[in-house]
Design a protein around this ligand. Structure first.
Ligand code: GZL
Length: 327
């Protein structure tokens, strides 16, 4: 059955998401589609590259649980785009009822999404999105990565004002939507400011990657040659902190750091003064994804794009909320 859907954007407050982010999405404990049949879902996760990813995987497994009426076939592709596409092909050959994907990179999805469509298996994207035609998936639930970049850039521009500032960037996975969009948003926000990007390299969203890349930047420019680090996620920022301290610098003071995610370890570093500002990227998308799967299979209209709102934190704000956050 071809599902009609409204194109458009539904924006959900993080508060609402928090309210549903910890419980099951099905109040009567019956099947997820309300019809009593178990829904077999193939979920192609990126891997386990960061604290954010762990929280997202936990949220998805909680939502797509047996008691919620799902049989979950889970695959983590270890950040390997080819392996992730193979996993989706495996879901198709298994004849799952629906496929959920957190696509590692934006490109290369047209063929396998067409194969899913030919097999009449609906696809829902969660977290990251793709450049393939939006006719090839029913809906995408995630975050506005460009807005996250703008929020981080606006903080940096306000923080450094007109003083000449030398910035290095720890980029996310090359070709991924968050890396592309967070860079675009940040660059737009600092346009016309005194912030100069002197170097930029991918740390693959991992702590080790961020540390290694920052070690290279420090060897090249020295602690005194860098004023600001823009990290596309907290894990790379935490790696950069290790590198800066090993080089005799004081992170958060000698070199300021702005990051994105707001996972527990990142927020703790913010409270400790080692990171200066964090923009949240809410990983608790499981219940929203499960709701979309149920609605699509029930033939109901779904929003083409479902954005979850983000917030941001200064060091003071982080201290106030860190103990009450679910991730
Ligand atoms: C963003 C998500 C990114 C996180 C990283 O929604 O795709 O991938 O920012 C994670 O921490 O690895």
């Amino acid at each position: 059955m071809k599902t009609k859907f409204r194109t458009g954007v539904a924006v959900l407050g993080a508060l609402a998401l928090f309210a549903t982010g910890c419980g099951s999405s099905d109040s009567d404990g019956g099947s997820a589609d309300g019809g009593g049949d178990t829904i077999k879902v193939g979920f192609a996760q990126t891997g386990s590259e960061s604290g954010w990813r762990s929280a997202n995987t936990e949220s998805m497994k909680e939502a797509f649980s047996e008691e919620n009426g799902f049989e979950l076939v889970f695959n983590a592709a270890d950040n390997d785009p080819a392996a992730q596409i193979s996993a989706v092909r495996s879901f198709i050959s298994q004849g799952v009822d629906a496929i959920v994907i957190a696509p590692i990179v934006e490109d290369g999805w047209d063929d396998v999404l067409q194969e899913a469509a030919d097999a009449d298996i609906p696809v829902i994207l969660e977290d990251r999105t793709v450049t393939a035609s939006e006719d090839l998936y029913e809906s995408w639930v995630g975050l506005d990565f460009k807005k996250e970049g703008v929020m981080a850039g606006e903080w940096a521009a306000a923080e450094f004002g007109s003083e000449p500032t030398k910035m290095v960037v720890l980029e996310g996975t090359t070709g991924s939507a968050p890396a592309n969009d967070r860079a675009e948003g940040f660059d737009e926000a600092i346009a016309g400011s005194s912030i100069e990007k002197i170097d930029s390299q991918t740390g693959e969203f991992t702590r080790d990657g961020g540390k290694t890349v920052m070690e290279g930047f420090l060897q090249k420019y020295g602690v005194d040659g860098i004023d600001l680090v823009y990290a596309h996620n907290d894990d790379m920022a935490l790696g950069a902190i290790e590198a800066i301290e090993a080089a005799g610098g004081v992170p958060g003071e000698d070199i300021k750091i702005v990051s994105i995610d707001a996972v527990k370890d990142g927020m703790q570093a913010l409270v400790d003064g080692k990171i200066n500002f964090i923009v949240e990227c809410n990983p608790l998308l499981g219940d929203l994804a499960a709701e979309l799967v149920k609605d699509v299979l029930a033939g109901e209209e779904v929003e083409k794009t479902v954005y979850v709102e983000d917030q941001s934190f200064t060091q003071e704000q982080a201290a106030e909320v860190i103990d009450s956050r679910p991730y």
